[in-house]
Design a protein around this ligand. Structure first.
Ligand code: XMP
Length: 509
């Protein structure tokens, strides 16, 4: 496997995705843990990639790796900050450039025979994004490619390679080939990261870990918890009990659909908890987003705890935690592995009485979807847009009432069904309706109306950290607006949200 050392780059996850796409297994590690991991897993690690990062290598306390890494005999690829670190640690010089270089550049290859350049065209476009540059190469290193403004766009010594640009982003036209060459020609990795074998291995692991004990899982109907439930159910069957809490803040008919579907197709043992009234009661009078989130999160945990207590005797709590959740919780500041409060549970109690079972914690979202598809989960589950834990509680803006949730459910359902019918659902990353507490005057027939405003929100994104609003056709939007206003009592005005993230967020609260 390949280790990717994270120095805080927004692209670290992208590097990992690219490598997994090559069917090679990789992990992101904290910089202080690399040598330890290499010594512990000597026979399995075939190469190391040093990611980019926002800091400068010459600053005090900037993140680094120990120099011994370069003597471990493993191929190393440094990208941007990773390159500068290689230079800095090996006696080269790194300085702040007079102007930051950001954007496209053309790569002139100086050593065409180098295995890194197989199938890479001369003068192809690459993507630069750096403020520091190398002013003196470390001893033993050679410049093997450059750009017009940057000598040593790539430097090399034996099996240590360093790139000033970002091969992992799609703007670097031959970036994929460069990474592939490093992985296959230089690290000599084999393609062995395959979804089918993941399922077989993980099923076996679950059986071994759980033995005869019982497992509880909070099923939300979202992709992650659904895939985890089916995977575990395949492994241990009736030893698994799923708890489904109907918060009253789910999409229209969602609770019913989820229950029927999983019972019928996967024979899952689901305990349904109707907690609508408890949530609406607790939310009375609360109109501030963080306050609402807290109320919903706490109530959820309380109900979940009550139910697990009733089920007695379970040893494991299973969760649909996925790799990005794990990376987020690891945080660049410290290597300790804190358990992230699962986004759908909203925070685990500290005195957790269970052992955690997280079979998806090494997978990226697209891999979870592939596992789901392989396990026979239907397209509409596997390709679902994300849905926030607090649900419609944060999409009814301001105070939440049962009546407002009903209005929102109807409007949202119209929008989503139209997106599916017109084949846009899979082309946008997340779409929903939010209900504003703003009433405005309208006219219907000869009647004056005074009703709520609905916001249509649809965004495109790969990582949900940044997003752009979807450029849906006017006719489509017009049709949605007409349908919502005509069919949903309580809404007489529809607006389209054209804010990107940042500075807006995807959700309104
Ligand atoms: P924002 O609104 O921060 O959302 O741009 C980014 C993504 O996260 C989802 N989201 C949540 N998911 N619990 C969740 O499980 C939450 O409390 C929560 N808040 C936001 C949001 O839907 C989007 O996909």
């Amino acid at each position: 496997k390949i280790l990717i050392v994270d120095f805080g780059s927004q692209y670290s996850q992208l590097i990992a995705r690219r490598i997994r796409e090559m069917e090679v297994y990789c992990e992101i590690v904290h910089h202080s843990q690399v040598l330890k991991q290499i010594s512990e897993e000597k026979d399995f690690i075939t190469g190391v990639i040093l990611s980019g990062g926002p800091e400068s290598v010459y600053e005090e306390n900037s993140p680094a790796v120990e120099k011994e890494l370069f003597f471990a005999g493993l191929p190393v690829l440094g990208i941007c900050y990773g390159m500068q670190l290689i230079a800095h640690l090996n006696g080269g010089s790194v300085e702040r450039a007079e102007t930051k270089e950001f954007g496209k550049a053309s790569l002139e290859i100086l050593d065409e025979k180098n295995p890194l350049f197989k199938n890479v065209k001369q003068n192809s476009q690459i993507w630069m994004s750096h403020g520091d540059h190398i002013t003196k190469l470390p001893e033993g290193f050679r410049e093997i490619a450059r750009t017009s403004s940057c000598s040593a766009a790539i430097m090399n010594d034996n099996n240590i390679y360093a790139l000033q640009f970002h091969p992992e982003v799609s703007h670097s036209i031959f970036g994929k080939e460069i990474l592939e060459n490093f992985i296959f020609n230089i690290c000599k990795c084999e393609k062995n990261w395959i979804i089918k074998s993941f399922i077989e291995e993980e099923t076996e692991k679950i059986k071994q870990i759980v033995k005869d004990d019982k497992v509880i899982l909070g099923l939300s109907g979202g992709v992650d918890s659904s895939v985890a439930a089916v995977l575990i159910n395949n492994a241990i069957g009736k030893q698994l009990t799923c708890i489904f809490v109907d918060t009253g803040l789910l999409r229209k008919d969602e609770a019913k659909k989820v229950l029927e579907y999983y019972k019928e197709h996967f024979d899952l043992d689901i305990k349904f908890v109707d907690a609508k009234n408890r949530f609406f009661e607790k939310l009375k009078g609360a109109d501030e987003p963080e306050q609402k989130r807290k109320i919903i999160g706490h109530e959820f945990i309380e109900i979940f705890n009550e139910e697990t207590y009733k089920l007695k005797g379970a040893k494991f709590l299973a969760q649909g935690t996925i790799y990005p959740d794990v990376i987020e919780s690891q945080s660049i500041k410290g290597p300790s592995h804190t358990i992230k409060s699962h986004h759908n549970v909203g925070g685990l109690p500290e005195d957790l009485a269970f052992e955690l079972l997280e079979p998806l914690k090494e997978l990226f979202k697209d891999e979870v979807r592939k596992v789901g598809a392989e396990l026979g989960l239907p397209h509409f589950v596997v390709n679902r847009h994300p849905f926030p834990g607090p649900g419609l509680g944060i999409r009814v803006i301001g105070e939440v009432t049962e009546e407002k949730v009903k209005i929102l459910q109807e409007a949202d359902n119209i929008f989503i069904e139209e997106l599916i019918a017109k084949d846009y659902y899979g082309k946008v990353s997340q779409a929903f309706v939010a209900l504003l507490p703003v009433k405005s005057v309208g006219v219907m027939g000869d009647q004056r109306t005074y009703e709520y405003t609905a916001v249509i929100r649809s965004v495109n994104t790969t990582d949900f950290m940044t997003a752009t609003w979807s450029k849906l056709p006017y006719e489509f939007l017009e049709n949605i607006s007409n349908k919502i206003i005509n069919k949903v009592n309580g809404i007489n005005r529809v607006v389209y949200d054209i804010s990107s993230k940042p500075p807006a967020t995807i959700e309104w609260e």
